[in-house]
Each structure stands twice: as structure tokens, then as C-alpha cells.
Design a protein around this ligand. Structure first.
Ligand code: ADP
Ligand code: MG
Length: 696
């Protein structure tokens, strides 16, 4: 190997034992160079440096043990298994194998001396270790133990931990001996923050010494981990800034503020915009009047009135002769938006149309034609909006509702749809899942923010009660009372599995039970298996108060707006995330009646479950709930599963490392200004090929 060559240039195939086939395998997981290999970081460690006396084994902990077999037997319980009793001076433990060969049974025969590694658990015969790794050692030989902690790497198919570990070790050896790995953080910064050196950190993390604290490493608190986490967060932040700068060089239609039309429009809304709404409208309006594309996130709690704000943005586009595309995550929501927008825009002479996956061929053809010739001003729909065949005449603004439901890719596609040469449509993204500041700073650093902080006047907070489902009868009685007052009720069924079919089944069963219990009520049912027309029919009836009680699955989670509904019952709320519960609960408390949300849990609740429901009972502030959710479930869940992949870090953890973020931000700006080359190298190091996804 050539001395002194940078590891950023040496291909993995320069390691002995890595042929073209293996190099190909590495390439599939984004590992091309020795640097890539070295930045494939362990996500946990095992301690195989010392022997634990069998008598001191703890359940649910990995350990190395050494002892003599007291014999092995095949037993025929619920599952055929091979049991071996292993004993040292301090005690005895059972090794249990479900898959085993005759020769293994012989190896484990009485008197054999074994070195084992595995996790002890409580079993029927006291402590047991399932499928331990084991090796036979000669009776008089001392067992050979590791002299450092064992790193465990993110696995990849067809490449065992053992081989992966060997290759990473080889790369680390190259680094230790001769290789160069450029230090990309500016020295004043590392000095100021008292950081470990890069090389030192990497060597430590791949080869932690025997006395390293396993706990500190597991928690990611070791200075070597913090050093790398900082660099990784910085790399992520830099991509966001870079993307943002890239977008800013595009041009966009200058949409001037339609002062007179906006006045008329506001008058027919039927309510005064709140101060927060008006401020957001102004922020958006100013952006739209710029010759560069807006990229703005409109955050507002459930029911804060984002739709009206987006409608004023749409008005600014159509008044300037441009088209608007509004994408919603569900058909129900798309249909509801079409209704509101038609009411608002048709009187002003602007055509509004709905396009979803369920739109029939003939209607679809017509819509596409009118869209292409500019007759339709506002097209509302689901992701069907950005299918290939959809051509706009002059798309000026893209509005995306409930952004957390969509991945970044869908957002990109819709934007590219309207691009013409260097011209891009403006983009307004709305979300009712408040994004905790930490996440906002790291996941959405490429966006501008507008926040509707506060609800329209007159809203009464929803009173939330947590009840065991044993009290179902009381709940049924309460529903009867509410409906007697002319109010309406939602009953939401949930299921653990993401199986839509099972969920629909549960809703159908619930409907039958409730019909029996409440024979004089008009009860409706809505779930994902209904056809689009059927769904909108049910929703229309509910809106028109021709249904008293609506049994639903979580399809009604987002956006549905029926102010007369004042009670929501959520079955098995323990199965849902806080953000989702908050969304659901936001369907009530929209009118002037006092509203209730009953969380009907199934006992017993876990500690975690109790805590979460308590949060729901105690606060209705979406931002607090989001922070809690982040704490309890992590960023992937909070941002929505679709986005998890896009926020995956190798070593950083947004919650744990949030303290680093302000310094990361400062460092990013400084690097961008003073050392743009390093910026590229950092991004490449940490995001490699994945970087293209960040290109929002
Ligand atoms: P979200 O922000 O959850 O999308 P919506 O836009 O659906 O909320 O608005 C919720 C309800 O509040 C709707 O019935 C809407 O008409 C009403 N609303 C919006 N803004 C105001 C306001 N300024 N005053 C009174 N009601 C309003
Ligand atoms: Mg909404």
C-alpha cells in the first residue's frame, strides 16, 4: 500500500481479501474508499475481555463465561431443543439450542471445557443462554480473551460481523500506520471546543481499549463519539444550507399582492383572520412577490386555520394568472379542501378541480385538458397531482398540506413538475405536527418558517379524560346525552398493526355493537376500504348533521373539519403516537360547544403508556406534545415514518446531541464563507451518495 496516500482516495479493494465481488457489495452500502469504511461506525459494543463467574450472571446482559459441561440432552418440549448444563466453581447455567447438529451435541458432552458468549435470560430452568457462541478449549489451556471491546457494526447482507470487523480493522491499521485522513474541522473550532482529534477518535471507537466504559459508549457520550457526532451534524447542516442556496439561484414568477381582490376575499371568509394568521399571510405574500422561489413551512397547531392562510397565498398566484396545485395526503382531506376552495374561488371566477387516484378516466382527461390550457386555476388532489401525464399551463405555487405525511421525494417531484428552465414554482408547506425546535433546526434548515401561534378566538380547550375500556357503558351513555343536545360524536378505532383490513374490520364490529347499544342514533361508518365517493358521501352527511355518531378508523386523522362534533372517543389510544392522538383530538373543539376527548384504554397500561396518556390529559399545546413525543419516541417517529430514512445518522442523535446544534450552526456558516472546499469534503465524507436525497 502506498505510504501517505489519503484514505479518501484508497479504494476498499486496496485491502487484501477484497476482490471485485466484495468491492461491489461494499459499493452497494455506499462504501467505496477506506475512508468510507472507517466511517462505517459501530452502533454498539460487546465486552469479551473478561470472564464472568456463572454465579454472577445477570439476566438480559451479555457475558463471557467459562466452565465444564455436565452433559447435554435433547428434550422434547414445545420445541425440540438441546440443553447443556455448564458449570464453574460459582454456579451452573443452561445453554439452550433450537437448531443443532449431532456433532454439536457430541462437542457439548459431559466434561468438555467451553468458552461461551451470550445473553442470559430467565428460563424454565433458572438462567439460560439461548444459542451462545461457544468454543471448545483444551482442559489445561487458559481461555484466550479479547484485549479490547468488540465493536458491532450495522450489518449488511452477505457480510458477517466477523469479516466486516476484520476489514474495518485493516483500514484502521492503515490509518494508524501510514494513512492520512484530512482533518476537516477548523483548528480554532476543535481547540475552542476541546475536541479530540479525528484520527484518535476513530481509532478509539473502532478499537476501544479494555478499560473503556461500555455504558458511556452505549449512551454515545464518549468524547470520541461527541467529536464525530459534531462533524456529522455539521455535514448534515451544510447540505441543507447548500440546497437552500442552490434553490435560491432559481428564478420564480413575481406574484404581486392582489390588494383589492384580497379584501373581497377576506370579507367572504366569514371570519376575521387572527393576528397570527394575518402575519403569516404577509410573510408569504412578501415571498411570493420576490423573483426567487419561496420555500416556506407554515406551522400551526391543529385547527389554527392554515387553510385560510394558504387560500390567500393561492389567491395571490391566480390573481397574477398563475396556477396553484394543492396536495393533501388523503382523499377525504383533498375533497374537503376542494369544497372550501370552490366556495371561496368560484365566485371570483376561478376554476377549482379535484384530481385523485380514483378520478375516472373520462373526468381525468377533461381535467388534464383544462389544466393544460389554463382553464383550471387551482388543482387539488392527492399525490396523483404529480403523475407524469399531468401538465400545467403555468404553475406558480405548490401548496403541500400536512407535510409530515409526505416524503421529501414527493415534495421534489411536485416542484420539478412546474419548473421551466430555471423557473420554479413557489412552495408553501403546511404542517399541523409542530416540529420541535431541535428538529426544525436540523431537518428543515433549508426552509423559512411561519408559525400561526394561537387558535382562532372562542375556542374552548378540549377536556381530555383517560378511562379504562371497562367503563364503556358510561361512555355510551355520554354519547347518547351529547347527541340528544344535537351535537355529534366521533368514535375512532385503532389497531396495532398497520393492516388497513384489520382496522376496517374492527371499525365494522364496533359499528354493530354501537348500533345495538344506541338504536335511536344515526350511526355512520368511514374507513380506508370505502370508495372515494362513498367516503365523501359519509363525510357530507356527517357535515350536514345527518349522522350523529361517526365510527371511523384513523383515516379521519388529518384535517377533517366538522365544528358541530364535540365528543371524540378514541379506543386503544395507547397504540398511537402522541402527535397522532393530538391530530385526532383536534377534530373536536372546533365549534363553540364545550368539547371532550375520551381516551378509552385497555388495561394494563405500561409505564410508558401511562406517561403518554398523561401528557395528552394535561396539555393541548401541540408544541409541548411534539417535544414530549420526540423525547419518548425519537425523531424518526415524530417526523413521520416516511422521513425516517432521510434523517438517519451514523452516530449523532438529535435528542441527545441537541446541545451541539447552536455551535454546529455557527460552524456551518463560517465554513461556508471561509472554506467552501472543506464543506464539500465534509458532506461527501458523511453523506456520500445519500446526499442527492437532501436536494430539496
Ligand atoms: P388547520 O390549521 O388544522 O388546517 P383549518 O384551516 O381547517 O385548520 O381551520 C379550522 C377551522 O377554523 C375551520 O372551520 C376554519 O373555518 C376556522 N377558522 C380558521 N380561521 C379562523 C378565524 N380567524 N376565526 C374563526 N374561525 C377560523
Ligand atoms: Mg388543515
Amino acid at each position: 500500500m502506498s505510504k501517505g496516500r489519503s484514505l479518501t482516495e484508497l479504494p476498499v479493494s486496496s485491502l487484501s481479501g477484497v476482490g471485485p465481488k466484495l468491492a461491489e457489495k461494499f459499493a452497494q452500502i455506499g462504501i467505496h474508499t477506506l475512508q468510507d469504511l472507517i466511517f462505517h461506525l459501530p452502533f454498539r459494543y460487546q465486552d469479551r475481555t473478561r470472564i464472568t463467574p456463572i454465579g454472577a450472571l445477570q439476566p438480559n446482559r451479555d457475558a463471557v463465561i467459562c466452565g465444564y459441561s455436565r452433559g447435554s440432552d435433547v428434550v422434547f418440549g414445545r420445541r425440540r431443543s438441546l440443553l447443556c448444563r455448564l458449570r464453574d466453581d460459582t454456579g451452573t447455567v443452561t445453554l439452550r439450542f433450537f437448531h443443532f447438529s449431532k456433532s454439536q451435541q457430541i462437542q457439548l458432552q459431559s466434561g468438555a471445557k467451553l468458552l461461551c458468549y451470550g445473553e442470559a435470560r430467565r428460563g424454565s430452568s433458572g438462567l439460560e443462554i439461548y444459542h451462545p457462541e461457544f468454543s471448545l478449549i483444551a482442559d489445561d489451556a487458559e481461555p484466550v480473551l479479547d484485549d479490547r471491546l468488540t465493536p458491532i457494526y450495522p450489518a449488511t447482507e452477505g457480510l458477517s460481523q466477523k469479516r466486516l470487523r476484520a476489514f474495518v480493522s485493516a483500514a484502521i491499521n492503515t490509518l494508524e500506520k501510514s494513512g492520512e485522513l484530512p482533518e476537516l474541522l477548523p483548528q480554532p473550532l476543535t481547540q475552542k471546543l476541546g475536541m479530540l482529534g479525528l484520527k484518535e477518535s476513530l481509532i478509539y471507537l473502532h478499537h476501544p481499549p479494555q478499560n473503556a466504559s461500555l455504558q458511556q459508549l452505549d449512551e454515545g457520550e464518549h468524547p470520541a463519539q461527541q467529536r464525530l457526532a459534531f462533524e456529522e451534524l455539521l455535514a448534515h447542516h451544510l447540505t441543507l444550507i447548500r440546497n437552500r442556496n442552490r434553490i435560491r439561484v432559481h428564478r420564480a414568477a413575481v406574484l404581486s399582492s392582489p390588494v383589492a381582490q384580497a379584501e373581497i376575499f377576506k370579507q367572504q371568509l366569514g371570519f376575521e383572520l387572527t393576528a397570527a394568521q394575518a402575519r403569516c399571510v404577509t410573510e408569504i405574500s412578501n415571498d411570493l412577490a420576490q423573483p426567487k422561489p419561496m420555500l416556506r413551512l407554515l406551522q400551526g397547531d391543529v385547527g389554527s386555520g392554515k387553510t385560510a392562510v394558504s387560500a390567500l397565498a393561492a389567491l395571490q398566484a391566480v390573481a397574477n394568472g398563475y396556477q396553484v396545485a394543492l396536495m393533501a395526503p388523503t382523499e377525504i382531506l383533498a375533497e374537503q379542501h376542494r369544497l372550501s376552495f370552490s366556495n371561496w374561488f368560484q365566485p371570483l371566477g376561478f376554476e377549482v378541480a379535484l384530481l385523485t387516484g380514483k378520478t375516472r378516466a373520462k373526468a381525468r382527461r377533461e381535467i388534464l385538458e383544462q389544466l393544460a390550457n389554463g382553464q383550471i386555476s387551482i388543482l387539488i388532489g392527492t399525490h396523483a397531482l404529480f403523475q407524469e401525464s399531468v401538465e400545467y399551463h403555468q404553475l406558480g405555487l405548490v401548496i403541500i398540506d400536512e407535510q409530515h405525511r409526505f416524503g421529501v421525494h414527493q415534495r421534489l417531484e411536485l416542484r420539478d413538475k412546474g419548473s421551466e428552465g430555471n423557473y420554479y414554482p413557489h412552495q408553501l408547506i403546511m404542517t399541523a405536527t409542530p416540529i420541535p425546535r431541535t428538529l426544525a433546526m436540523s431537518a428543515y434548515a433549508d426552509l423559512d418558517f411561519s408559525v400561526i401561534d394561537g387558535l382562532p378566538p372562542g375556542r374552548k380547550p378540549v377536556t381530555t379524560l383517560v378511562l379504562s375500556d371497562k367503563r364503556r357503558d358510561e361512555v355510551v351513555e355520554r354519547i347518547q346525552n351529547i347527541c340528544n343536545q344535537g351535537r355529534q360524536v366521533y368514535w375512532v378505532c385503532t389497531l396495532i398493526e398497520e393492516s388497513e383490513n384489520l382496522q376496517c374490520q374492527a371499525a365494522e364490529d364496533t359499528l354493530i355493537n354501537l348500533q345495538a347499544a344506541l338504536p335511536n342514533l344515526r350511526i355512520g361508518l368511514i374507513h380506508g376500504r370505502l370508495k372515494a365517493v362513498e367516503k365523501s358521501e359519509v363525510m357530507d352527511q356527517f357535515k350536514a348533521n345527518r349522522i350523529d355518531l361517526l365510527v371511523a378508523t384513523t383515516v379521519i386523522e388529518v384535517g377533517v373539519d366538522v365544528p358541530n362534533a364535540s365528543l371524540m372517543v378514541i379506543e386503544n389510544p395507547e397504540r398511537l403516537g402522541l402527535a397522532q392522538l393530538h391530530q385526532l383530538r383536534g377534530r373536536v373543539g372546533r365549534g363553540d360547544a364545550e368539547s371532550f376527548c375520551l381516551l378509552l384504554y385497555h388495561a394494563p397500561l405500561s409505564e410508558h403508556g401511562k406517561e403518554r396518556l398523561k401528557v395528552m390529559r394535561e396539555t393541548s399545546d401541540g408544541f409541548i406534545i411534539a417535544e414530549k413525543d420526540l423525547e419518548l419516541r425519537g425523531p424518526g417517529e415524530v417526523l413521520g415514518t416516511r422521513q425516517t430514512g432521510e434523517l438517519q445518522f451514523r452516530i449523532a442523535d438529535l435528542v441527545r446531541d441537541q446541545g451541539l446544534l447552536p455551535e454546529v450552526k455557527r460552524a456551518a456558516i463560517e465554513l461556508m464563507e471561509n472554506q467552501p472546499r472543506r464543506t464539500d469534503a465534509l458532506i461527501h465524507r458523511w453523506l456520500g451518495a445519500a446526499e442527492q436525497y437532501g436536494n430539496v
